[in-house]
Write a protein that binds this ligand. Structure first.
Ligand code: FES
Length: 77
């Protein structure tokens, strides 16, 4: 599903780019801007951020959460 209409970015692209950023050895905080840049785009109107933020953080393990459930959730995608 297209989430960002300015850049025609789908939820899948955003989720995958966020996962790559998280796994990068020098990975910093995963922000919408960082994810957009990783995809070769930049935010324009910002109207999609309300939808983008939960998508890019949905697979992110919570701090201190090392439960099997979190690991399963990560590998299921
Ligand atoms: S809809 Fe994503 S920047 Fe405009």
């Amino acid at each position: 599903m297209i989430v960002c209409s300015c850049n025609v970015l789908s939820d899948k692209e955003l989720r995958e780019a966020a996962a790559r950023l998280r796994q990068a050895p020098d990975g910093g905080v995963v922000t919408p801007g960082a994810v957009f840049r990783a995809l070769g785009h930049r935010p324009r109107c910002g109207g999609c951020f309300k939808a983008v933020i939960p998508i890019i953080h949905e697979a992110e393990p919570r701090q201190g959460d090392s439960s099997e459930k979190a690991k399963e959730k990560e590998t299921a995608k």
